[in-house]
Design a protein around this ligand. Structure first.
Ligand SMILES: [Zn+2]
Length: 282
């Protein structure tokens, strides 16, 4: 049974688009670490078909560079691939260890990138790493938002680069950048919600954490986030999925949120409008 989105112009703010070989390496690493297997296709046409069938009209395409020296080529690939498709919003990546951090981001902007993605625990640095300063200067100059895996879930509780305290020190340094903490900031969800409550530049995405299988796959109970919190923070929370790197059917990603008794305006924000505000469109 498919549950339809109750709103129009649905945006999935957390989809991964990368060349096949890189995607396979990421899946192998995730599979080894978490024991997950992935059946969803990784090429744009097949991904688009599944997402369109699911009612998604537009999605962010997120790459990340796990080592220095690969961001330029990866960004170029993502932006070129997205240039053929109106419904794809390309993000760019950079590694703190890259030689020309500012230049890499500048070139990505020229190629059409609309934001920056960091996967901190995989990339191995903190958001406030001073080597990233040139990236943030370019982001500020072009009004690019950042989407960051900043939390300790699902397997990064001992990682020194994530968690709400590290995120706060980034916010202290860059209060003017719009930044989304992926996965509701899990496992520090309450603290990240509090940051979103008090800071209009802090966003959260629902990816994985608010899925119907969050308990099973990441030992998180989505019901611990109250309806009132989603209603209150709807202009800061956007729907995301981690597709195609999810070990379950796409349907499960939104089933929990759709099963809640949320006002239509809240659903419009979470499934569509907040993503546009995050991009600077609204
Ligand atoms: Zn992701």
């Amino acid at each position: 049974m498919t549950t339809e989105f109750p709103v129009e112009s649905v945006v999935d703010a957390h989809v991964h688009l990368m060349p096949d070989r890189l995607m396979r390496a990421i899946r192998d690493a995730l599979g080894d670490a978490a024991g997950w297997t992935f059946d969803h296709p990784t090429d744009l046409a097949a991904m688009t078909e599944i997402l369109r069938d699911a009612g998604v009209e537009e999605f962010f395409a997120l790459p990340y560079a796990h080592r220095p020296g690969m961001a330029d080529e990866l960004n170029e690939w993502v932006c070129e691939t997205a240039a053929t498709a109106d419904h794809v919003v390309p993000f760019a990546t950079v590694h703190a260890g890259d030689d020309d951090v500012g230049g890499i981001v500048e070139r990505a902007v020229d190629a059409g990138a609309r934001g920056l993605k960091f996967q901190l625990p995989v990339q191995g640095f903190a958001a406030a790493d001073p080597r990233l300063e040139p990236a943030y200067e370019v982001a500020a100059a072009h009004d690019l938002p950042l989407l960051v895996h900043a939390g300790t879930a699902p397997m990064f509780r001992d990682d020194p680069n994530v968690g709400v305290d590290r995120f706060r020190s980034f916010l202290d340094s860059y209060p003017d950048l719009r930044v989304c903490a992926a996965h509701m900031g899990a496992y520090d969800v309450d603290a990240f919600c509090e940051l979103a409550r008090t800071n209009e530049n802090v966003f959260l995405d629902t990816t994985f954490t608010m899925s119907a299988v969050a308990e099973e796959y990441m030992a998180f109970d989505p019901d611990s986030v109250a309806d009132e919190t989603l209603i209150e923070l709807s202009e800061s929370i956007m729907y995301g999925s981690d597709f195609p790197n999810i070990p379950y059917p796409y349907e499960r990603e939104r089933a929990h949120l759709l099963g809640r008794d949320l006002p239509l305006e809240t659903q419009r924000d979470i499934f569509s409008r907040t993503a546009r505000r995050f991009l600077g469109e609204a």
